[in-house]
Design a protein around this ligand. Structure first.
Ligand code: FES
Length: 77
């Protein structure tokens, strides 16, 4: 799975590319939520809606490409 930015178009939104498909997601939302809102199933273990994101289990790691650079990030943080 890969996600990256492709620029902003609508106010309050950011354009990203998820697995090769462009998507418009709210600015400031966690990547995990953006992926799930766009139909991508991301497994989690330590993530819970009532807890502060900690990023300790690493189960939700995804590849992000930005500015030609790729890195692995926890999507929940
Ligand atoms: S769900 Fe545990 S690090 Fe993201």
């Amino acid at each position: 799975m890969a996600a990256g930015t492709s620029g902003a178009k609508a106010p309050g939104k950011i354009e990203i590319v998820i697995n090769g498909v462009e998507a418009s997601v709210p600015r400031g939302v966690y990547l995990l939520q953006a992926l799930r809102d766009n139909g991508v199933a991301v497994p989690t273990l330590c993530h819970h809606k009532d807890l502060t994101p900690s990023g300790v289990c690493r189960l939700c790691v995804v590849e992000v490409e930005e500015g030609g650079r790729r890195r692995m990030v926890t999507s929940c943080t």
